[in-house]
Design a binder for this molecule. Structure first.
Ligand SMILES: NC(=O)C1=CN([C@@H]2O[C@H](COP(=O)(O)OP(=O)(O)OC[C@H]3O[C@@H](n4cnc5c(N)ncnc54)[C@H](OP(=O)(O)O)[C@@H]3O)[C@@H](O)[C@H]2O)C=CC1
Ligand SMILES: [Cu+2]
Length: 470
């Protein structure tokens, strides 16, 4: 296996060695931060600049030369200049011949130019070895000490020796190099820091749309309806009651939507009789952001748990309890204990708590630091088996909440059922389909398809014929 870090310590840790000289073109924010970091790590840093007077912003010990002079003093040069200003490098072709040029640049927009900045640099200075690196590290992170994700430095380049030299420097700065291959990968590396939560966009929009829909639905049923029919002001429900209805409904719907693409994919594979046909793009994208959907759902479940905790201290709830007790006292009415009601209430709470616990467990196991500790089978067990158990428990929680009132005509308001009834549609559909899919007569063909069997392909059939496990 190829080593990524050949040098784990700053090069001058060995005092007998002369510090390695690195050159940085550009004394802007990034050039200065990188220079200072390298200086701290024991490198001798020289800068190339349009103005070779020493700037007060540079660290002490730094030397500033003209671009041409600086280029001659080191065989590795970091180009901390914006792409628009690269043109002048063409004139330095001779000085830069055979040197390693590290392109650190980013663009303001994704795919702004037909070719990546690093490829453009390689075209401009043809005799140099261009390596793309450091563009995902901000000047601020270099100064303040990079943390976790920002420690990763994606590196790519066509010359493996040049790339290794750059990766050694990355290691010496206490950062983690990730080799992304040839310079063709530069476009992807340059687009990477420009993306704004690409995998989170769909879950956020979807959850916002669901929240809005359920919020309006609850407002119509719980505020506008009592006002129109009974002239009752229930607007106070906007603060706690309605959010505490909207959040669990959204959480349950989103959780079901995590498992819906899986069952759709299974149905498609069964229908097509092969796994070698591409899923539609929307399904692919949906499958890819299931983790984010699940985490957003967990966020809503947390909100539901917190809102539920405050129920006993709400004025409205305390008033209703006092009022009911007083009425019973005044009317001398008995308040019998119903074991069935106690069972119903306790089981509703219990499945809710267990469902929430498993939900949190699913969230924790989706964290990279935890999932990296599991093998594929353990991860699948948690995310699939425990995931479905969570969905079953949370759906049961909503079903028990409705109890006997579920779908009773008396709870309809303007023909609208309670919001939780709507929340049960997708989870119940997913669970019913999943139940059908795990029946042996359907599960066995599906398993065969997933192992490569194709219904229409005679060759695959004959190739697989005779295999005892199929
Ligand atoms: N700032 C950041 O956090 C990060 C920046 N980068 C990349 O690093 C590069 C430098 O960014 P940054 O330091 O922020 O930018 P600055 O604008 O602060 O610095 C750019 C430097 O380029 C030099 N330069 C050379 N020719 C020209 C010219 N014709 N016009 C203007 N400047 C010129 C200048 O240095 P001089 O005056 O010495 O000649 C200038 O200081 C960019 O490609 C950027 O995408 C990448 C990751 C993070
Ligand atoms: Cu609940």
């Amino acid at each position: 296996m190829e080593k990524t870090c050949t040098v784990m310590l700053p090069l001058t840790m060995n005092s007998s060695e002369k510090p390695q000289t690195v050159c940085i073109f550009g004394t802007g924010d990034f050039g200065r931060s990188l220079g200072f970091k390298m200086f701290q790590c024991g490198y001798s840093v020289i800068f190339g600049s349009r103005n070779s007077r020493m700037s007060s912003l540079l660290h002490s010990g730094a030397e500033v030369f003209s671009y041409s002079e600086a280029a001659q003093k080191s065989d590795i040069i970091f180009i901390a200049i914006h792409r628009e200003h690269y043109e002048f490098l063409r004139e330095l072709t001779e000085d830069l011949n055979g040197k390693i040029l590290v392109d650190v640049s980013n663009n303001p927009k994704i795919n702004q130019y037909p070719e990546s900045n690093a490829e453009y640099l390689a075209q401009l200075v043809q005799g140099a070895y261009v390596v793309k690196a450091f563009n995902t590290i901000s000047a601020w992170a270099l100064q303040s000490g990079a943390l976790d994700a920002s420690r990763q430095v994606f590196v790519c380049g066509n010359d493996s020796k040049a790339k290794q030299r750059v990766m050694d420097i990355v290691c010496a700065l206490g950062l983690t190099p990730l080799d992304r291959g040839s310079l063709k990968a530069a476009t992807e590396i340059e687009n990477y820091p420009l993306q704004l939560f690409p995998m989170w966009r769909f879950p956020f929009y979807l959850s916002a749309a669901l929240c809005l829909f359920f919020f309006i639905y609850c407002v119509v049923r719980d505020i506008i309806y009592p006002y129109v029919i009974e002239n009752k002001d229930s607007t106070f429900r906007l603060a706690v009651s309605i959010p505490n209805r909207v959040f669990p409904i959204t959480a349950l719907t989103l959780l079901a939507l995590v498992y819906l693409p899986g069952v759709i994919a299974a149905i498609l594979q069964l229908y097509q009789g092969t796994k070698y046909r591409r899923f539609p793009d929307w399904l692919d994208h949906w499958m890819l952001c299931r983790k984010q959907l699940g985490l957003v759902a967990l966020g809503f479940a947390f909100l539901h748990a917190i809102y539920t905790l405050v129920i006993p201290i709400r004025y409205y709830v305390r008033w209703r309890m006092r009022n009911t007790t007083l009425t019973k006292v005044i009317t001398k009415e008995d308040d019998p204990f119903f074991t069935s009601t106690a069972w119903h209430s306790d089981s509703y709470l219990s499945v809710g708590i267990l469902g929430f616990f498993l939900f949190v467990l699913l969230g924790i196991t989706s964290l990279p630091s935890v999932s990296n500790m599991m093998n594929w089978r353990e991860f699948r067990f948690i995310q699939s088996k425990l995931g479905y158990l969570t969905l079953i428990l949370c759906t049961a929680h909503a079903l028990l909440y409705g109890g006997k009132r579920f779908l009773s005509p008396s709870i309809l308001r303007w023909y609208l059922p309670s919001a939780y009834v709507l929340a049960l549609i997708i989870p119940c559909t997913v669970l019913v389909i999943k139940f059908i899919l795990i029946m042996p007569c359907i599960n066995n063909p599906l398993k065969r398809i997933r192992r490569g069997w194709e219904r229409d392909s005679k060759s695959s059939e004959s190739a697989l014929n005779g295999k005892s496990d199929i």
